[in-house]
Design a protein around this ligand. Structure first.
Ligand code: F6P
Length: 531
């Protein structure tokens, strides 16, 4: 077994102490001066890799801070943890599971068994099913109960069973099939599914129930509503076993018990975390929308990023650099949030996707060994596409009192846009990065018009928003989150913090009107039940 050193406490390292000392002098750092005084900085603090260009030269760091950060990564168990992940060790210790989402993009590399099942074989089987189902739906061979072709697919799932496929379908809408639309229902708010169902024809609709566990309350209730609609519209006694329903899950038994026939279930391993699952059958709607070949390109982009992360020296390793910058801002410069601003409206679901990825993974306050942590871990991720954000919350980024590092993401070329629109879009992105850094405060500038500047940002420029580049971008963030988690000594792959609310919701459902609740909850419950 690889030594992943679960006792690692970054705050006891010499590097952490040095970073503290460097942070106490960070007031002397001027990004603009650093760029001006060192003509090599822009190039040195950038990574050009395949279709991505990552510029972090507008970061609030100098080369000595950066050196200490790299040294922290070196003394951390990051290298051994990467090896442990790839070799299938149970690095998700609280659940006793390996972490193998990378196997979904390169099964041949993971030709070993977990819990008696071969990883590569399960992935290959799932991919064959994704290809078969998506091909048949796109070509009109998959027929509803009355013999009509499928025109609408409803992905019913929540969290990782929704955010990834929804984000990717939107991002790749340029490639979407003209005759098959994908819809996403996640919230248990019935207004959403009721409104959608009113617009659809049951004869030509496929309901895909996506749930790793097949136990999630919201998903099962939305599925129940959809099945009742199929029953009522089509007169199907058991719609769950008709050609209008598919199940995607890591819990085949639960899907079978629900009534979905075995050949209508696409299974994936429970060694894939929900928020890392879009590469499995969970991404079926992506393959239906853009076609299986483009889905494979998405996987290939992620696979290429995996190899970059696994094999590249930390000093050139994009996920590691992003992780270290976040640690610097979060733990040493007191930044509690990061803004992710895609200058591409089609990436509008990227910030919420990254919220789950980062905040469900790294919102932890105990170590892998269960010890309390004395330093800050995962931060808040938020954002909206630019330029819209410029006319909403950028005021606070420029003149507010908090340090909020910004991650700009853009595509150099966009064949869906026009030359003029795209030029102006990207000019705005570059202008914001420059303005945050430069600031403005001449002697005669009134106080309210001064910009302090020296506000850091990074820019990730894709050559184009292709399936390959999107896959690489998502995997980049997956590995960034993992690298942070290893350095913080936490388990990025469990999510115990979501359980208590679920339990109390079940208790509320069972004890309507009971007086044993706290006074606040009791009075709210009374009003809710009375209405
Ligand atoms: O409650 C959180 C969570 O477990 C997420 O981690 C997960 O992505 C989501 O719920 C949905 O879970 P499932 O796919 O099992 O329905």
């Amino acid at each position: 077994m690889t030594n992943t050193n679960t006792d690692f406490d970054p705050s006891s390292t010499e590097q952490w102490k040095l970073l503290k000392a460097q942070a106490s002098r960070a007031g002397d750092l001027s990004i603009a001066n650093l760029l001006e005084s060192d003509p090599g900085r822009a190039q040195q603090m950038s990574v050009a890799w395949q279709g991505l260009f990552f510029d972090y030269s507008k970061s609030l760091i100098n080369s000595s801070v950066l050196g200490t950060l790299f040294s922290l990564a070196e003394v951390s168990p990051l290298a051994s943890s990467i090896k442990a992940m790839v070799s299938g060790e149970p690095i998700n210790r609280s659940e006793g599971r390996p972490v193998l989402h990378s196997a979904l993009r390169n099964p041949a590399k993971f030709d070993f068994s977990v819990d008696g099942g071969n990883v590569a074989e399960l992935v290959d089987k799932g991919q064959a099913q994704i290809k078969d189902v998506s091909d048949r739906i796109r070509s009109g061979q998959w027929l509803g109960s009355s013999g009509k072709q499928i025109t609408d697919v409803i992905n019913i799932g929540i969290g990782g069973s929704d955010l990834g496929p929804k984000m990717a379908c939107r991002a790749l809408q340029q490639y979407a099939h003209a005759g098959v639309r994908c819809h996403f229902i996640s919230n248990v708010d019935g207004a959403e599914i009721n409104t959608l169902l009113k617009c659809l024809n049951a004869e030509t609709t496929l309901v895909v129930i996506v749930s790793k566990t097949f136990t999630t309350q919201e998903t099962l209730l939305n599925a129940k509503t959809a099945l009742a609609w199929l029953n009522q519209q089509l007169g199907l006694a058991n719609p769950e076993s008709s050609s209008h329903v598919l199940g995607i899950t890591a819990n085949r038994d639960n899907a079978l018990n629900y009534g979905v026939p075995g050949d209508q279930i696409i299974e994936f391993g429970n060694w894939v975390g929900g928020r890392y699952s879009l590469w499995s059958g969970v991404g079926l709607s992506i393959a239906i929308s853009v076609g299986y070949d483009r889905f494979v390109e998405l996987l290939d982009g992620a696979k290429a990023m995996d190899e970059h992360f696994f094999n590249t020296d930390f000093s050139e390793n994009m996920p590691v650099i992003l992780a270290l910058l976040n640690i610097w801002y979060n733990n040493f410069l007191n930044a509690t949030s990061t803004a992710v601003i895609p200058y591409c409206e089609r990436l509008n679901f990227l910030p919420p996707y990254l919220q789950q990825l980062e905040m469900e993974s790294n919102g932890k306050s105990v170590t892998q060994n269960g010890d309390d942590i004395s330093y800050r871990t995962g931060g808040v991720i938020w954002g909206e596409p630019g330029t819209n954000g410029q006319h909403a919350f950028f005021q606070l980024l420029h003149q507010g009192t908090q340090l909020i590092p910004v991650q700009f993401i853009g595509a150099a070329k966009d064949t869906l846009s026009s030359e003029e629109h795209h030029r102006i879009l990207l000019q705005n992105m570059l202008a914001q990065g420059a303005a945050l850094m430069k600031g403005h405060s001449e002697a005669d500038t009134p106080a309210h018009a001064r910009y302090p500047g020296n506000r850091p940002s990074t820019t990730l420029l894709m050559d184009e928003l292709t399936p390959f580049n999107l896959g690489a971008l998502i995997a980049l963030y997956e590995h960034k989150v993992f690298a942070e988690g290893v350095i913080w000594g936490i388990n990025s792959f469990d999510q115990w913090g979501v359980e208590l609310g679920k339990k109390i919701a079940r208790q509320l459902a069972q004890q309507d009107g009971d007086s044993s609740w706290d006074a606040s909850t009791a009075q709210l419950l009374k009003r809710v039940t009375a209405s």
